[in-house]
Design a protein around this ligand. Structure first.
Ligand code: BG6
Length: 507
């Protein structure tokens, strides 16, 4: 076992999809690695009537189903129990409190609780209030602690995020609130900090003197699946850009923190969010392109268009794709464009950050200037095939001085014994240790919303701003190319458009 303090994790929304797909598997993996404390319980909370046994049976179906794991699963499940309450009813929280007291009494544990809110956001305030009324929200100095993890979406716009922060702060202190963005839990995202600040060679180049532009892509090949009801109200800007992509921007663009602790790193993250140059409402068509996937046939299979998906209104103008250009107004990044894009039903699932360096100032080799590849590129592959790729020009063997692009390529998968832990495992463990470095602070979340708010306003107030259609399996609307004004520069395509026979290849 390990040094973690004994505690109970209470999962609100215990029957939900997140609990099933991410939380229970992550907790089970931590259990297998002996990373959970000796005295530890999981309490599922939901409205559905279920016994502890019923809940355990349900969870067993979410874990590996092989005989080798049976004993482990059985002992893991012994740490779990279930409480059925109406989370909207403040009186019900005494039932939860009694359950927690009962478990603590058996194991002789302090009142250390993590509350994980894997529920619809409308319940966040109610739950915080219910826990407060039941008297199970406060840290007791030197005796016990309470932490609350809030899932995204954290608000639906600037005002609602501000309101939510304010409401939560009536019940919990900022230091107790853990706003999760699972992108920060990804190993490769954290590695950006190590790469930048543990090596001497990158940081001198990491600025407007040497960087031509920065490009971030987070593409998904899947559509919206069964999440039409949520997604149609959210769209890609709220679902991916406001949180995941802006967090990546923060990590790539931040100044060196004075040390690697929570406050210092989160201060630097805030400064990046504060330095994002606002895109004014009237500038939105020039700087932001939105799109929506339309039906297409790939590998003989018909993929429905967004408007045909379940839970989506047939005339929906919700964006499933966003590409944008913006600037960071500070000393380091002055004048360096940042291009970011994300979308559903693109050719492949990939998240990568590309630092495009400036060309050499004077070209002495005849064929060098003809190729965009003479911009050196550092590609940080966040997922899949996590690693780093550096593209540079080298001489083609033979006569003359022809230059072609070559790769220096690092893949995590090639390093033996290096298992990449899931983002949820890492983040849960951090919260258990009281480390909030990879969680978003309230001020930073508000700044991120302040940046996207004029875009939301423009789309709402000017319905004539186009939503470009793009066939499923392509790289989104061609109009996104117009964001990049220099004719010789294009987005990097990690793979080509899927053709009708579904084939694509690396570029
Ligand atoms: C979630 C979004 O936050 O992130 C989803 O709600 C998206 O729409 C997902 O698919 C992407 O996460 P990952 O880790 O699969 O890139």
């Amino acid at each position: 076992m390990n040094h973690l303090e004994p505690h109970i994790i209470v999962i609100f929304g215990a029957s939900g999809d997140l609990t099933k797909r991410k939380l229970i598997p992550a907790l089970y993996d931590l259990y297998l690695q002996n990373l959970l404390p000796e005295k530890f319980f999981i309490v599922g909370v939901g409205r559905t009537e279920l016994s502890d046994v019923g809940f355990r049976e349900k969870m067993a179906g979410w874990l590996p189903n092989d005989s080798a794991s049976a004993d482990k699963i059985e002992s893991f499940l012994q740490t779990t129990s279930y409480v059925s309450i109406d989370t909207g009813n403040a009186d019900d929280y005494h039932i939860l409190k009694d359950k927690l007291n009962e478990l603590r009494a058996v194991a002789d544990m302090p009142e250390n609780y993590i509350y994980y809110l894997a529920t619809p956001p409308v319940l966040y305030e109610k739950i915080a209030q219910g826990l407060t009324l039941a008297g199970i929200n406060k840290d007791v100095e030197d005796e016990s602690w309470k932490r609350i993890i809030i899932e995204k979406p954290f608000g639906v716009d600037y005002q609602s995020a501000k309101d939510l922060n304010k409401k939560l702060m009536c019940y919990f202190k900022e230091a107790q609130i853990y706003r999760i963005d699972h992108y920060l839990g990804k190993e490769t995202v954290q590695n950006i900090l190590v790469m930048r600040f543990a090596n001497g060679i990158f940081e001198p180049l990491w600025n407007r003197n040497y960087v031509h532009h920065v490009e971030i892509t987070s593409s998904e090949d899947l559509g919206i699946g069964g999440r039409g009801g949520y997604y149609d109200k959210a769209g890609a800007l709220r679902d991916m850009v406001q949180n995941h992509l802006l967090q990546l921007v923060g990590i790539v663009a931040m100044e060196p923190p004075i040390h690697a602790e929570s406050k210092a790193i989160r201060n630097e993250m805030l400064k990046v969010m504060q330095s994002l140059r606002p895109i004014k409402e009237e500038e939105v068509p020039q700087f932001v392109i939105r799109g929506q996937y339309t039906g297409a046939t790939l590998k003989g299979e018909h993929l429905p268009g967004y408007r045909e998906e379940e839970g989506v209104t047939p005339e929906s103008r919700t964006e499933t794709y966003v590409a944008m250009k913006f600037f960071i107004d500070n000393w380091r990044w002055n004048g360096v464009p940042f291009y970011i894009r994300t979308g559903k039903r693109l050719p492949t699932k990939v998240t990568e950050i590309v630092i495009h360096f400036k060309k050499s100032p004077h070209h002495i080799f005849a064929y060098q200037h003809q190729s965009i590849n003479t911009h050196n590129q550092l590609v940080i592959r966040v997922q899949p095939d996590e690693g780093l790729l550096f593209k540079f020009g080298m001489k083609v063997p033979g006569t003359g001085f022809n230059v072609q692009t070559a790769n220096m390529d690092f893949h995590y998968s090639e390093v033996q014994d290096m298992k990449i832990t899931s983002a949820y495992e890492r983040l849960l463990l951090d919260c258990m240790q009281g480390d909030s470095t990879l969680y978003i602070r309230g001020d930073a979340v508000e700044e991120a919303w302040a940046f996207v708010q004029p875009i939301l306003d423009a789309w709402k107030n000017h319905p004539d701003i186009p939503v470009y259609g793009y066939p499923a399996g392509t790289w989104g609307p061609a109009n996104a190319d117009s964001l990049i004004e220099e004719p010789e520069i294009t987005w990097r395509y990690p793979c080509k458009n899927l053709s009708n026979d579904g084939e694509y290849c690396e570029l």
